[in-house]
Design a protein around this ligand. Structure first.
Ligand code: ZN
Length: 287
C-alpha cells in the first residue's frame, strides 16, 4: 500500500507508475479515519486492517506537485550519520564501531516531494539521499527481531545539509545545519513493507541536473533499520509517525575534489527503487 498526503489530506495511492490515482481516506472510510495525514500513525494498526479490506472508490487524479510530506508533523525526527562505509570514508572518518552518531532534523524543515528550496546566502548546501523509516507503533526497548512490526513503512528523504553552519561550531552542530526551511524533503509517499521486495536491499541514488552523484544500496547500511530501531528505542520511545533518516551513501558534494555544492537553478532528483522520486529546484535567497 502507498499512503500519501495530497494537499493536506490523507490518501491511498493506486495505479501504475505515472498513472497514479488517489483515494481520499476520510471519505472512503465514512469518517472512521481523519483527513489529517498525521493522525493516521496513532491508529496505524486499525488503519492497515481497514485498508486491507476496503473497496476503494472515487479515484481522483494525483498531481505530484500537490503532494506533501507523508508524515508532515512528526513529534521526533531522528537521523543517523556515517551509516555507509563509503560516506564515512569520504567524510574522513572510520566507520563507527559501536553506536552510530545521531542528530535531529527539526520538524519545521520537513516538506514534500516537489518544490523549490531557498539556498541560504553564504552557505554551502549539500545533498544526502536517504531511506527514511516511518514509525507505526510506539517502540520502547524493542529488539531488532521485534523492530519490523514497529515500522509503518518507508519513504525517500533528502537530508539537505548546510555545511558552513554544520561545521561552524566545535563539535559540529549537525542538527542546525540540517534544519533550514525546506531542508527535509520526504515522499512521494509512504510505502508499506509488504509492497517492497526487500526494504533491506533497495537501490538509492541522487542526481544534480541529471548527473548521478550518489548511488548505493540499503543492503550496505552499517546499521540496518531493525538494528537502528533497537538501538534508539533502548534510549527513548519512538512514537507513531516519527521519522528515522537512516544515513546517506557516498557521493555527497563536500567529499568531491574539488567540493561541489548546490547553486541556484540546480535540480536535485532523489530516488529509491520501489518507492519513488523527489525533485527539487534550488533558488537564491532574496536579496
Ligand atoms: Zn544524513
Amino acid at each position: 500500500m502507498r499512503v500519501a498526503n495530497l494537499a493536506g489530506r490523507l490518501v491511498i495511492v493506486t495505479g501504475a507508475p505515472g498513472a497514479e490515482v488517489a483515494h481520499d481516506v476520510e471519505k472512503n472510510s465514512g469518517g472512521r479515519f481523519a483527513a489529517a495525514p498525521q493522525a493516521v500513525y496513532d491508529d496505524w494498526d486499525a488503519f492497515t486492517a481497514w485498508a486491507a479490506g476496503a473497496a476503494l472508490t472515487d479515484p481522483v487524479p494525483l498531481d505530484p506537485a500537490d503532494l506533501g510530506a507523508p508524515s508532515p508533523e512528526p513529534r521526533q525526527v531522528l537521523a543517523v550519520g556515517l551509516n555507509y562505509r563509503d560516506h564515512a570514508a569520504e567524510s574522513g572518518f572510520a566507520a563507527p564501531a559501536g553506536d552510530p552518531p545521531v542528530f535531529t532534523k527539526f520538524p519545521s524543515c520537513l516538506t514534500g516531494p516537489r518544490g523549490d528550496v531557498v539556498l541560504p546566502s553564504g552557505g554551502r548546501t549539500d545533498w544526502e539521499v536517504e531511506l527514511v523509516a516511518v514509525i507505526g507503533r510506539r517502540a520502547h526497548r524493542v529488539s531488532a527481531a521485534e523492530a519490523p512490526a514497529y515500522v509503518a513503512g518507508y519513504t525517500v528523504g533528502q537530508d539537505l545539509s548546510e555545511r558552513v553552519l554544520q561545521m561552524a561550531a566545535q563539535p559540529p552542530q549537525f542538527s542546525l545545519g540540517k534544519s533550514l526551511p525546506g531542508f527535509g524533503p520526504t515522499g512521494p509517499w509512504l510505502v508499506t513493507p509488504d509492497e517492497l521486495d526487500d526494504a533491506a536491499d533497495l537501490e538509492l541514488s541522487c542526481a544534480v541536473n541529471g548527473e548521478r552523484v550518489q548511488h548505493g544500496r540499503t543492503s550496505r547500511l552499517i546499521h540496518s533499520v531493525p538494528d537502528l530501531v533497537a538501538r534508539l528505542s533502548a534510549t527513548l520511545p519512538l512514537l507513531p509517525g516519527d521519522l528515522l533518516f537512516t544515513g546517506t551513501p557516498g557521493g555527497v558534494g563536500f567529499g568531491m575534489n574539488p567540493p561541489r555544492y548546490l547553486a541556484p537553478g540546480d535540480v536535485l532528483t532523489s530516488r529509491i527503487e520501489g518507492i519513488g522520486e523527489l525533485r527539487h529546484r534550488f533558488v537564491a535567497a532574496p536579496a
